[in-house]
Ligand binder design. Sequence first.
Ligand code: MF3
Ligand code: CO
Ligand code: CO
Length: 322
Amino acid sequence: MAKRKRKRHLFADHVAAIPVSEPPVRPGIVGLSRTVPSTIVRPPYADSGDPGPAVSSLVRTPAELDAMRRAGAMAAEVLIHAGQFVEPGITTDRLDQIVHDETIRRGAYPSPLNYRGFPKSVCTSVNEIICHGIPDSRPLADGDIINIDVTVYVDGVHGDNSCTFLVGDVDEHSRRLVAETYVAMMEGIRTVRPGSKVNDIGRAIERHARAHHLGVVKEFIGHGVGTEFHSDLQIPHYFDPRARAVLEEGMTFTVEPMLTLGSPSLFLWNDEWTAATQDGRRTAQFEHTLVVTPQGHELLTVASDGTTAAELYAPKPEKVSS
Ligand code: MF3
Ligand code: CO
Ligand code: CO
């Protein structure tokens, strides 16, 4: 009897062994929104905050795709730039300034700024924060993990990517979480080719997460991206039998799984942006923008020298003995 119960609750037992993240992340002071020089072309929502309904085609024109290669490379390079500054003591507001300045230096608009009223130029999500963390006065602490989600708008299109960085000396559970979240994203991306289904992506991600006892967040999903920040295509990171849409050459979208050490249930802070795990255990995310090509797919959020933030900064999975 006792034995049977133990087996049925294997997952719960596994999670119980993982500590909640201490101390919890608390809201800090959010500084003023940063300003963008008038010479930089702004997306349609920059002043009103309202992107309006998604209307763009799911498939990009060759000219749009060219622009997306430039926007994607720029987003990747800004993310890599920000990664160099991740260390204990730096505030997330300072990271916002670094991303903002580097984006406008390159002639682009930082897409998060005033998107549906988002007050800052980048999302910074620490420890148990799943996504959409607002940069504030909180300094990073030794042992934290932080996702930096950079999106830029240039030549009329967006490039969207993120990476979870380790801050100083990080515990083993968190390193495993971050390493396997990157692998899960790449497993999802690997399925992408003309004729594959949207739910092949989520199936591969969920399978990898499950094999590593990690939860998959369902409330936030990958999305079509191009002339709009979030266009109509929806990419769940779990197997959704209804997501039977077939991928076609020229479609551009993100894959951006959020995996958790404990339960993936979430709640929103009072700021109505910051999503945190209910159980306080940690969570990680990676994101790429990609296009479906005749051969399969091409990552768009890659620096012009071919590197990505994740390749430079993400921990590699450790071989588990026995
Ligand atoms: N970059 C996020 C994504 O991957 C979206 C951020 S929306 C914001 O989709 F308003 F919070 F910036
Ligand atoms: Co995205
Ligand atoms: Co993003």
